[in-house]
Write a protein that binds this ligand. Structure first.
Ligand code: PAF
Length: 293
């Protein structure tokens, strides 16, 4: 099956309207292209839950706070279309920047709370750009379901929040982070790593897991995070932007392990910024553990 490429929103809307008349369920998977297995796993999950799947491909300039980063972002539409055809996506929606942001465009969707701190601190304006383009893509597609990866955990929270706050009638479904055999989280940015950096990169996930172990064995949050930051630098990363423990449900900052949490990290390896996160389950008191055994 080939995947139809659509660039104009009115065309997308008339296809979606025809699907609706047939009573079909529609899913959308927003991406910036350079598709890897992580994206394809979201597309497969979408195909399992919906009759028709739209994958959007738009390298959104408004979420880049660095022009060089935007210029260097991989653009591989031809390969992406072939990958999408191989998994059976129905439409690749790849609008032009001039149509997404025509002259006179002045509206921004800005999500408070969950977009503050973490990447929000180090990439000013990033989540406004994400929230604005995701709002547009969800409304343009008119889908029933939208799929996002947990790898961008803060982004997932931002999207859930905006959908709730703006009453957008769509269900947000999260897909797990996919990893290379050595543990490195799949990311379009991994292609930018040199051989030496690629060799070092999996240490980030290993250190996250070591830190989770420390937290689970009762180490204080402050100490575990301090040790984790030191270990990342010792592994050859040039800078740790953050290594933080946040509540899984609302990203509240945690200083004690008193609820299910996420450990989130952003660190630089040479010119490449990597992010990752892992779940930190709530440690049950020893008595409860014995009772369950
Ligand atoms: O995660 C991404 O690829 C992007 O941030 C998204 C959600 C497609 C918005 O541009």
């Amino acid at each position: 099956m080939s995947t139809a490429i659509v660039r104009i929103v009115s065309e997308l809307r008339s296809i979606v309207a025809a699907w609706r008349r047939e009573g079909l369920k529609i899913a959308v998977v927003p991406t910036m292209g350079a598709l890897h297995e992580g994206h394809l796993s979201l597309v497969r999950a979408a195909l399992a839950k919906a009759d028709r799947v739209i994958v959007t491909l738009f390298v959104n300039p408004s979420q880049f706070n660095n022009a060089a980063d935007l210029a260097a972002y991989p653009r591989t539409e031809h390969d992406d279309a072939a990958k999408l055809a191989s998994v059976g996506a129905h439409i690749l929606y790849a609008p032009n920047a001039a149509d997404m942001y025509p002259p006179g465009f002045v509206t921004t969707v800005s999500v408070g709370g969950v977009s503050e701190g973490l990447c929000g601190t180090f990439r000013p304006g990033h989540f406004d750009g994400v929230a604005t383009v995701v709002t547009k893509l969800l409304l343009q597609s008119g889908a029933d379901l939208a799929f996002f990866g947990e790898k961008d955990f803060q982004q997932l929270h931002v999207v859930r929040r905006l959908v709730r706050d703006l009453d957008i009638p769509i269900e947000i479904i999260a897909g797990p982070t996919l990893r290379e055999a050595d543990g490195l989280a799949l990311s379009s940015r991994n292609t930018r790593l040199s051989l030496t950096e690629r060799h070092r990169a999996p240490r980030l996930a290993e250190i996250l897991l070591q830190t989770v172990k420390q937290l689970s064995s009762g180490e204080s949050v402050e100490r575990a995070l301090t040790e984790g930051r030191k270990a990342i630098l010792a592994a050859g990363f040039s800078k740790v932007e953050y290594l933080e423990l946040r509540a899984d449900t609302d990203l509240a900052s945690l200083v004690t392990m008193d609820r299910p949490a996420r450990l989130l990290v952003a660190a630089w390896l040479g010119q490449t910024r990597l992010i990752d996160n892992v779940e930190v389950p709530l440690r049950r008191p020893a008595v409860a553990q014995q009772a369950a055994a």
